[in-house]
Design a protein around this ligand. Structure first.
Ligand code: NAG
Ligand code: NAG
Ligand code: NAG
Length: 728
């Protein structure tokens, strides 16, 4: 109802203002600074000091300096008619700020807690990095979960000219936990209030962002708006684009006090220095305490309190152009803003409905968002043109190591792959580690997109915790997310941790993946498996019982061998017990694993003895042995030089043996390999002599390293080395 009359009234207002503008143009000699809307300023910022070719109102392609990509959604914004002043106040019209000095360090603060927000932050940061031309310092206020995830992510992302600082949100909690809050963001939603004290005292300005905003332009243009602040103003905000704070949305709707429509705090420019000077902490606490005498709780977290303070001290606020926070909330009036602006800068997905929000341009916003969601983060590692910056930690050593590689080397591709630092996003999905139990075992494995369909069956066979590393592109990670969300079996499991390692390079970094999954296992023991194996249904319980009985923890350093079998049938009845398995084996519907192609891989397990065994028995290492084992979590890591196919597990078992792990075969344990099409790497191994030559060279180097580490004890591995025969 409320909205019906608007468009016409707006149209009239628009015309009127256009007229005013024209008059203004003549009166003030066409002062271009009064061209309303920050579109102009925007362009200046973007061109890094003048873009001679751009005519006001002409579409500005939002392409980064290297011209690599234009987000899918960008086109939708271009070519929109030039800005219409609309309902905006001419008081906005102040000289445009100079663009921030080239290479000025821009400060950004984000509060982030939990797994879901950590994923959101990545999308936000991608959109930031895509358009930015300045070095950035990100101040991340995080809980323990988000810190773990983001620390590893940024460490492995290695983006030049981005500094990261973490602040412990849990330490800040007491400062806001006394405020009753009904907003879904919980306590963390209130933490923006304490930034002036939480951030370093010498930090004077910061842009504060919600995790659910997406940039559509260079953040330097936003930073430049600090120049608009008068001497006293300390908080830059965009008006709340809904009638929430007018208090007329429903009967008895009592919002917190606010100036007019109030302001939205999804994007804030903060002059921290001035807030500290003005006694901000006392100011907001006083206001909040007073309002809470009559209001039961905050409905919109920090935003209610910011608004109440601003109502009391209106001089604090500098209103920002609405294009810097286009709010797609419920009851949004955002259309008033962007139907008039030709150049949207920041989209704010502040509805619990997120992408499903109703809005006439939502399709193009969604495209922008999805573009960044799926955008290859590796491309954002590009250097900042013309801004000398210290390289990210480890980058120089990496450059040197890469520079030393020789292209004629038959192992060039292997070595390059081994040196690649992959972006790693641990616990990509919500994960609740099980309570620590002394004999608990985590199943550890790695996979890529083609093996996703194994996950449900694996969950049915293994009721315990799992740590799985996935090798995916950014786009595949989103498909994976949907895959889990639509599977009842998978979404019911909170004890399965999925770690995404982003794809880069041509060879499958199998041991790096295994190491990621292994490092993230949280139980004292791990079952080192492969994704195309299904363990016996009882294996999880049986392993825990065996670990306890064998007193593995204190007394023995052992690797428990789980005998491996294979079926060549896609459909078959999975044996429940050893007796059933033996029947299938005798009937020829099961084989011992790689019985035909690579018997030495599992021969030392001694299947004949296993048939009869009632108790665990010890076996000796022999060349090429690669059993599936259960070991303490602190076992040796996999050797990352083995990428692609071949020798990746063999080397690990040698390492275990060299460190004197006893190999104990468990009499009731088994795991069965299911058939699948051969992997790309095994196909390459079979068809490519260079690949095999290289593998031989890598093995030699591995043996040299063994001798260095273990001395004479390593001799037996060398003498056992047989002429390379590879599975054929
Ligand atoms: C427009 O500016 C005037 C005076 O500067 C102010 O009183 C008024 O509230 C402003 N209106 C809006 C919609 O901001
Ligand atoms: C995280 O997102 C999933 C959907 O992907 C949702 O089911 C879950 O409730 C969210 N968790 C939290 C804590 O918001
Ligand atoms: C303004 O009020 C709405 C309620 O309609 C609320 O959902 C929202 O978070 C507030 N801010 C914005 C930007 O709409």
């Amino acid at each position: 109802m409320l909205l019906r009359g608007r468009p016409r009234a707006l149209g009239a207002a628009a015309l009127l203002l256009l007229l005013l503008l024209l008059i203004g143009f003549f009166l003030f000699g066409g002062d271009p600074d009064c061209e309303l809307g920050s579109e102009r300023e925007a362009r200046r910022g973007e061109g890094g000091g003048g873009d001679p070719g751009s005519v006001p109102g002409s579409p500005t392609p939002r392409v980064p300096s290297d011209g690599r990509l234009r987000p899918r959604g960008a086109a939708a914004f271009d070519g929109v008619p030039p800005a219409d002043p609309g309902g905006h106040n001419r008081s906005d019209c102040v000289p445009p700020p100079p663009p921030p000095p080239k290479c000025e360090l821009l400060q950004v603060a984000i509060v982030c807690a939990g797994h879901n927000s950590s994923r959101d932050v990545v999308t936000l940061v991608k959109s930031l990095l895509f358009y930015r031309k300045n070095p950035l310092h990100l101040h991340l206020v995080t809980d323990a979960v988000a810190r773990n995830i983001l620390e590893m992510l940024f460490h492995t992302w290695m983006v030049p000219a981005v500094q990261i600082s973490f602040y412990n949100a849990d330490e800040l909690k007491p400062q806001v936990s006394w405020i009753p809050n009904r907003h879904y963001s919980g306590l963390y939603g209130l933490m923006k209030l304490v930034l002036p004290t939480a951030l370093p005292p010498d930090l004077a300005r910061v842009i504060v962002l919600d995790t659910d905003v997406t940039f559509a332009s260079d953040i330097a243009e936003l930073w430049a708006l600090f120049a608009h602040f008068s001497d006293k103003q300390a908080i830059g905000l965009v008006e709340n684009q809904s009638d929430w704070y007018l208090g007329n949305l429903w009967r008895n709707h009592r919002p917190w006090p606010a100036l007019g429509r109030g302001f939205n705090t999804g994007v804030i420019l903060l002059r921290l220095d001035r807030l500290r000077q003005a006694g901000w902490e006392q100011m907001w606490k006083l206001t909040a305490t007073r309002e809470l005498l009559t209001l039961p709780a905050t409905s919109l977290a920090d935003q209610d309190i910011f608004n109440a303070v601003i109502k009391e001290h209106p001089w604090l606020v500098q209103p920002l152009p609405c294009i810097w926070n286009v709010q797609l909330s419920d009851h949004t009036l955002a259309e008033r803003c962007y139907s008039e602006a030709s150049d949207l800068k920041v989209i704010h997905w502040n509805s619990p409905k997120k992408l499903r929000v109703k809005n006439k341009h939502v399709e193009s916003f969604r495209n922008l968002y999805l573009t960044f969601l799926e955008y290859d983060g590796n491309l954002l590692r590009r250097e900042l043109f013309g801004c000398p910056c210290p390289p990210p930690p480890g980058a120089e050593q990496l450059q040197q190591a890469l520079a030393q590689l020789e292209e004629q080397d038959s192992c060039f591709e292997f070595r390059q792959q081994q040196l690649t630092v992959h972006r790693v996003h641990i616990t990509f999905l919500p994960h609740k580690p099980p309570p620590t139990q002394p004999h608990d075992v985590t199943l550890v494995a790695q996979l890529s997109m083609e093996r996703l369909q194994m996950l449900e069956a694996l969950c049915r066979h293994w009721p315990g915790p799992m740590s799985l590393a996935l090798y995916l592109t950014d786009a595949e990670a989103q498909q994976f997310l949907r895959f889990v969300e639509t599977s009842a079996v998978l979404s019911a499991r909170q004890d399965v941790a999925y770690h995404v390692m982003y794809r880069e390079g041509s060879l499958y970094p199998i041991n790096q993946l295994r190491n990621v999954a292994l490092a993230q296992a949280l139980t004292p023991y791990v079952f080192l498996s492969d994704i195309d194996f299904l363990p016996a249904h009882s294996l999880y319980d049986y392993l825990r019982a065996s670990i306890e009985q064998l007193e593995l923890g204190g007394r023995r350093k052992a690797a428990l061998v789980v005998p491996a079998f294979e079926t060549l049938h896609y459909r078959f009845r999975f044996p429940s017990f050893k007796a059933e398995l033996l029947t299938l084996l005798d009937a020829g519907s099961l084989y011992t694993f790689r019985h035909h192609e690579w018997p030495q891989g599992h021969a030392p397990t001694d299947y004949a003895r296993w048939r009869e065994a009632q108790a665990p028995y010890r076996v000796r290492w022999a060349a090429d042995y690669e059993p599936y084992v259960v070991v303490p979590r602190d076992c040796p890591r996999y050797d990352p030089r083995f990428v692609g196919f071949g020798w990746n597990k063999v080397a690990h078992i040698i390492e275990l043996d060299a460190q004197e792990y006893e190999l104990l075969v468990l009499p009731e344990a088994f795991t069965i390999h299911l058939p699948h099409a051969p992997s790309l790497d095994i196909t390459r191994f079979r068809s490519n002599p260079t690949y095999r030559d290289c593998l031989r060279a890598l093995k030699d180097e591995f043996h040299q390293d063994l001798s260095r580490h273990y001395g004479a004890a390593a001799l037996k591995y060398l003498t056992a080395l047989q002429p390379p025969r590879g599975p054929t």
